[in-house]
Design a protein around this ligand. Structure first.
Ligand code: F6P
Length: 541
């Protein structure tokens, strides 16, 4: 892609876009700007009118993307081809919600049967818990579930849980469970969870594809000791979600229920599998989870079928390529103007940065430039009062705003300054997109704003399960399209391994010290030795 004529044409366009005539404050005054630079499908509006591009740029981008074969790769992915070559795996997260749609059927029909079997198991299990047919050791109904897992085995589920929870007013169904998330190995996290649950009415759901992740295994050990201390049987209170054949898929350690994560669904793309299905069905009922899946499937179908000029995640991926590879922005922010979407940015951060933060292409050849960029974010308006100073006057970065037309909570409509809270939220959202684009001249340089800072705005109508599904699937599709365009593998994550290996060496040294056994290995380097001593002494000398 990088050494093509089209890419050189894009560079020429960038020079043009960097001239004053193409400042965003001029571009957004064009009468057809929004019509020409926005896309709409039922339930999802994508406005990229405030991106620093024009028709010539989008035409070149579309042609460039056509050359990369990214859409063909997406179709191969949805058909179950092994699009993850380094791990020799398919990437079939779309199949987990494709049961509604014949168009998304993978080549191997057995996969759909397996998915449907797990889905049926989730439905039966969650109904059993809700009706009280399945109870804990002391025959009490479950009220809470703690999800023990990290990274892709947790972030997506937490995002969807928080989003859907916002519509539950005044109170959730008494049958449904409250979820808690135990991801970090930090013992303070475990202590916090214990203060919120009743041991007799708590289910512990261990989510780990590999069932070797040290943080999750350490937390599982805490849970097992906790259950033992309260004379509760693991086979009444533990649920596992793991890959077939993993150390956790072990009938000699009986659990209340176990569900499979499939090797053809990567962790960060797994929220629509049992990883999200079990907890979200316990929290909201299986039917709600199914509605969420149908929202995902709608975006999947759109990503697969819509022509490039109308394809929302494809266009978003192209804009990302333009911003990172050509305009040289090194970061991007995700700013939902909705507290219910407060966990969207951490989820997208993993999906995007773990998928695209690569140094080599699919053939192992080093890339000429960065793939992907830093993703960060916070809900607005909070973000305005923390890091937006830099967004307006520091180094520029593209922002993706998300607006929700109807909030989850529609009570309490007291007006302040003549507007409701939700209108105030939107006033700020609209103002921020304007301020970033237009800027302001001022005689005092400290009070002037250069503007010309790109943003997009995604609008969803509400926080129904369907809308949340559309949003989740949009970010997944956008990420894999961008990976395919860059010719990298968006499904592996070897970059996380070195830290794990080094932690393992350090752990060994700690364990030897705990056991009072002399080290058989190399002595730690002086810096490592300093921190080990500080940790064991509980002070810095
Ligand atoms: O360390 C990164 C990672 O492997 C993620 O890709 C994954 O989602 C997470 O750890 C958890 O892995 P597991 O589900 O195997 O515990």
């Amino acid at each position: 892609m990088f050494d093509t004529d089209r890419f050189n044409t894009l560079k020429t366009h960038a020079i043009r876009m960097n001239t004053p005539a193409f400042h965003l404050k001029r571009l957004i005054r064009e009468p057809r700007r929004l019509t020409d630079f926005s896309l709409n499908i039922p339930g999802f509006f994508y406005d990229f009118s405030r991106q620093r591009l024009d028709a010539a740029v989008t035409q070149t981008l579309n042609a460039l993307a056509g050359d990369t074969g990214a859409r063909k790769m997406f179709a191969s992915m949805a058909a179950g081809k092994k699009v993850n070559p380094t791990e020799n795996r398919a990437a079939l997260h779309t199949a987990a919600r494709g049961f509604l749609d014949a168009g998304l059927k993978p080549e191997n029909p057995q996969i759909l049967n397996d998915i449907q079997t797990v889905a049926q198991d989730i439905r039966t299990f969650s109904q059993g818990v809700h009706t009280g047919r399945i109870t804990g050791t002391r025959n009490q109904k479950f009220t809470d579930a703690v999800i023990v897992g990290i990274g892709g085995s947790y972030l997506g589920c937490e995002f969807v849980y928080k989003a859907l929870k916002s519509t539950q007013h005044p109170a959730p169904s008494t049958q449904h469970l409250t979820l808690h998330f135990l991801s970090n190995v930090d013992i303070d996290s475990f202590g916090q969870i214990l203060s919120r649950i009743d041991p007799d009415t708590c289910l512990w759901i261990i989510v780990s594809k590999s069932f070797t992740t040290t943080e999750t295994m350490a937390n599982l050990a805490q849970v097992q000791t906790f259950l033992h201390r309260h004379q509760l049987r693991p086979e009444d209170h533990l649920v596992t979600i793991t890959a077939q054949g993993s150390p956790g898929d072990d009938p000699s350690n009986p659990v209340l229920a176990s569900f499979y994560m499939f090797d053809f669904i990567g962790g960060r793309y797994s929220v629509s599998s049992a990883v999200g299905g079990v907890p979200l069905s316990l929290a909201f009922g299986y039917d709600t989870f199914e509605r969420f899946l149908s929202g995902c499937a709608r975006m999947d179908r759109h990503a697969l079928e819509a022509p490039v000029q109308e394809n929302i995640p494809f266009t978003a991926a192209l804009i990302s390529i333009w911003n990172i590879q050509v305009m040289k922005y090194t970061a991007q922010a995700i700013i939902p103007y909705s507290s219910a979407l407060s966990k969207l940015a951490p989820h997208v951060q993993q999906v995007y940065m773990e998928s695209l933060g690569k140094g080599v292409d699919i053939h192992g050849t080093p890339l000429p430039g960065p793939a992907g960029s830093i993703v960060f974010g916070e809900p607005g308006t909070n973000a305005q009062h923390s890091f937006f100073q830099l967004a307006h006057q520091g180094p520029a970065f593209p922002v993706e705003f998300i607006g929700v037309l109807t909030p989850g909570y529609t009570g309490d409509q007291t007006k302040s300054k003549g507007v409701s809270n939700h209108q105030e939220l939107w006033a700020n959202l609209i103002a921020q997109t304007q301020a970033l684009a237009e800027g302001r001249d001022h005689e005092d340089p400290a009070r002037s704003f250069s503007g010309n800072r790109p943003s997009s705005l995604v609008v969803i109508p509400d926080l129904t399960p369907e809308s949340v599904g559309l949003l989740l699937s949009f970010y997944e599709a956008r990420t894999v399209f961008e990976g395919f365009m860059l010719n990298i593998n968006p499904f592996d994550q070897f970059g996380v391994e070195l830290g794990k290996i080094l932690a393992s060496d350090i752990r060994t040294q700690m364990a030897e010290k705990n056991a009072g056994t002399p080290s058989g290995g190399a002595p730690p380097d002086p810096v490592t030795a300093f921190y080990l001593k500080a940790l064991f002494n509980g002070r810095i000398d």
